[in-house]
Design a protein around this ligand. Structure first.
Ligand code: C2E
Ligand code: MG
Ligand code: MG
Ligand code: MG
Length: 280
């Protein structure tokens, strides 16, 4: 009986793998044409200041919307795009959309907030990749203070020396730089010591799981530590009002999470927030 179960689960497992591989191949075959056909869409999620309740920023998050309207989330395609190298193109595309949006806000004389974009680990292998960013920024004439780059903590371990140089360059360009997914990787404290980031994004794992007294103390300490280093803190993936209140008490600076809004298309974000940034 046990053996039978094992066999069946094995067949099932192989099916799962096969479906996954077919899907990967489909994505790989169509990614280039998808980019040309505008199938990648930039969504924005607000960041809310706990000091005054204002929307003080937004993060750009990419979605792949297939011609049949199926939406694919980044967790499904980013690993593949990193493997193939296509992520470099996609990140630049997202950055260009963000610059376009900021230019529109500036031209329309609207309330302007900085937008952050995620930077794949792949970029770090190319020495001059930031020149491409600079070129796009200049093309759209965007003041540097409206641009923020997010680098995930998990890259640091492999590339500490390279990353140090990149952060210096980012600062020389006048952009702000945040450490994404802080606390989910290996080397959190060493990162803080070596890498002078401006913003710390506390990983959503701290807020998704059951919150414990022990966990709360860790969050409180991370916020305190950041404060000592004059680094701003953003709590990511916050879903409930009690969490917001608690973070406010802990003197966390900014909250980003479903409690306020999910990521949404740029046009929705514009009609909802741009002239009315106050959330609570
Ligand atoms: P991330 O940069 O850490 O982005 C935050 C993720 O948390 C987003 O997932 C966002 O939708 C999700 N999130 C926000 N608030 C909540 C909440 O209250 N609850 C829960 N459960 N989730 C919340 P998303 O959009 O699926 O993106 C996943 C990851 O994919 C991002 O994590 C980022 O690492 C990567 N990514 C997204 N867009 C890009 C891009 O343009 N370029 C690159 N290189 N990576 C990207
Ligand atoms: Mg991010
Ligand atoms: Mg994150
Ligand atoms: Mg992430």
């Amino acid at each position: 009986e046990k053996e039978k179960h094992f066999l069946w689960s094995n067949v099932f497992y192989n099916d799962v793998i096969r479906v996954k591989m077919r899907k990967e191949k489909e994505m790989k075959d169509s990614m280039e044409s998808a980019l040309n056909n505008d199938e990648f869409s930039v969504y924005l999620q607000p960041k809310v200041s706990l000091e005054n309740g204002n929307v003080v920023g937004a993060e750009a998050l990419v979605r792949w919307i297939r011609p049949n309207k199926e939406m694919i989330y980044p967790d499904e395609f980013i690993p593949l795009f990193e493997k193939t190298g296509f992520i470099i193109k996609l990140d630049l595309y997202v950055f260009e959309k963000v610059c376009q949006t900021l230019r529109k806000w500036i031209d329309e004389n609207r309330y302007i907030i900085p937008i952050s974009v995620n930077l794949s680990r792949n970029h770090l292998h190319f020495k001059d990749f930031l020149k491409e960013y600079k070129k796009i920024q200049e093309q759209y004439r965007i003041p540097s203070e409206y641009i923020e780059l997010e680098i995930t903590e998990t890259v640091v371990f492999e590339n500490l020396q390279i990353l140090k140089g990149v952060i210096d360059e980012i600062h020389a360009m006048g952009y702000r730089c945040s450490m994404d997914d802080f606390g989910s990787g290996y080397s959190s404290l060493n990162v803080l010591k070596e890498i002078p980031v401006d913003i710390l994004k506390i990983d959503r794992i701290f807020f998704n799981c059951e919150q414990t007294d022990r966990g709360d103390k860790i969050i409180q300490s991370v916020i305190g530590l950041a404060k000592k280093l004059t680094i701003d803190t953003v709590a990511e993936g916050v879903e409930t009002i009690p969490q917001v209140e608690q973070l406010k008490e802990m003197a966390c600076d900014i909250v980003q999470g479903y409690v306020f809004d999910k990521p949404m298309p740029i046009s929705d974000f514009e009609s909802k927030y741009k002239d009315n940034p106050k959330l609570f």
